[in-house]
Ligand binder design. Structure first.
Ligand code: C2E
Ligand code: MG
Ligand code: MG
Ligand code: MG
Length: 281
C-alpha cells in the first residue's frame, strides 16, 4: 500500500476502510449483548391486495436501536450477522418476536393478518428451523397460516437440497413461502416448479421505472404471466406512486407493497391499520 507523501488519495482510502472495519467489528462484538439487552425491534409494512386495497398481510423488518449509533437498518448489520454466525440467533429472536406480537394483538382484540418473516440463506439451511418455527407458532397459540416465510433466490443457490427439505417441512405444516427480490438473483426458473413456493415478490428495481422503461414493463408483465401460469401469486415491491399502482393492477399483479401504500412502522402504529383492513387512498 502506497505510503509516500503526495499520495493522499491512498491515505484517505486507507482511513475510510479502517473506519469501516472498526465500525464493523464494533457492531459484530455487540450482537450477543444486543440480543440479550433487547436492542432489536421490528417494524411492520403492510401488503395490500390490488383488487379493493384490502390488507393482505404484513412484513416484519428488523431494526437495531443501537444505544450509541441510533436506529440501524438491516442492510447495515444483517450482512455482518451473516458473516459472523449471529444470523441464526437473530433469526430466532425475530421468529419469537413476530409470534409474540401477533398473540398480543389477538389478546387485545385487534384483528390480525398473516405476517411474513425474512429468513437468511444460512438460517434456511439450519435443520432446526422448521421445528423451531412450528414450535414458536404453537407456543403462542397461532395457526400456521399466520406466518409466511420470505427467502431470496440467491439464498437457494448453495446446498439447494437442504434448503428445499426445510421449505417442504414448512409448507407441509401450513406455512407459506414467498420468493423475495424476484428477478435479481440467479433466476433459476426451474426453482419455480421445484420449490414449494406460493408467491413471487417482484423486486423493486423492476417497479421503479415501470411507467417509463418499456423493458421493465415487459419484464414485469412476463413475470406475472409466468407466475400465474404456474399457479403462483404475485406481489410487487417498492410501489412509490399511484401510476405504478394503476399499472400493476392493470397487468394483473395480485398484491403490492411500497411507500405509496404504507411505510414500515412500529407495532403501536400498525394497530389502526389492522382495525381498518381496507386502505383509502
Ligand atoms: P426486503 O425483504 O426486500 O424488504 C423490503 C425493503 O424495502 C425494506 O427495507 C423496506 O423498508 C423497503 N421498502 C418498502 N417499500 C419501499 C418503497 O416503496 N421504496 C423503497 N425505496 N424501499 C421500500 P429494510 O427494512 O431496510 O430491509 C432491507 C432488507 O433487509 C430486506 O429486504 C431483507 O432482505 C433484510 N431484512 C429485513 N428484516 C430482516 C430480518 O428480520 N431478517 C433477515 N434475515 N433479513 C431481514
Ligand atoms: Mg422481504
Ligand atoms: Mg424484497
Ligand atoms: Mg431485499
Amino acid at each position: 500500500i502506497a505510503k509516500k507523501k503526495g499520495q493522499g488519495r491512498f491515505h484517505f482510502y486507507d482511513a475510510s476502510l479502517n473506519a469501516l472495519a472498526v465500525r464493523e467489528s464494533e457492531l459484530t462484538s455487540r450482537f450477543k449483548s444486543a440480543i440479550q439487552d433487547n436492542e432489536f425491534c421490528l417494524h411492520y409494512q403492510a401488503k395490500y391486495e390490488l383488487d379493493g386495497l384490502r390488507l393482505g398481510g404484513l412484513e416484519a423488518l428488523i431494526r437495531w436501536e443501537h444505544p450509541v449509533h441510533g436506529l440501524i437498518f438491516p442492510n447495515d448489520f444483517i450482512p455482518l450477522a451473516e458473516q459472523n454466525d449471529y444470523i441464526i440467533p437473530i433469526g430466532y429472536w425475530v421468529i419469537n418476536a413476530v409470534c409474540a406480537q401477533i398473540a398480543k394483538w389477538r389478546a387485545n382484540g385487534v384483528p390480525t393478518v398473516p405476517v411474513a418473516i425474512n429468513i437468511s440463506a444460512q438460517h434456511l439451511r439450519d435443520s432446526q428451523l422448521p421445528r423451531h418455527l412450528i414450535h414458536a407458532i404453537e407456543n403462542h397459540g397461532l395457526a400456521p397460516c399466520m406466518i409466511e416465510v420470505e427467502v431470496t433466490e440467491s439464498s437457494l443457490i448453495d446446498d439447494t437440497e437442504a434448503a428445499q427439505a426445510n421449505l417442504r417441512q414448512l409448507t407441509n405444516a401450513g406455512i407459506r413461502v414467498f420468493l423475495d427480490d424476484f428477478g435479481t438473483g440467479f433466476s433459476n426458473l426451474s426453482w419455480l416448479k421445484q420449490l414449494p413456493i406460493s408467491a413471487i415478490k417482484i423486486d423493486r428495481s423492476f417497479v421503479r421505472d415501470l411507467r417509463n422503461d418499456t423493458n421493465d414493463a415487459i419484464i414485469v408483465a412476463s413475470m406475472i404471466t409466468l407466475a400465474h401460469n404456474l399457479g403462483l401469486i404475485v406481489v410487487a415491491e417498492g410501489v412509490e406512486s399511484k401510476d405504478q399502482l394503476v399499472h400493476l393492477k392493470a397487468v394483473g399483479c395480485n398484491h403490492a407493497q411500497g411507500f405509496y401504500l404504507h411505510r414500515p412502522a412500529a407495532p403501536e402504529n400498525i394497530e389502526s391499520l389492522l382495525q381498518q383492513q381496507v386502505l383509502t387512498v
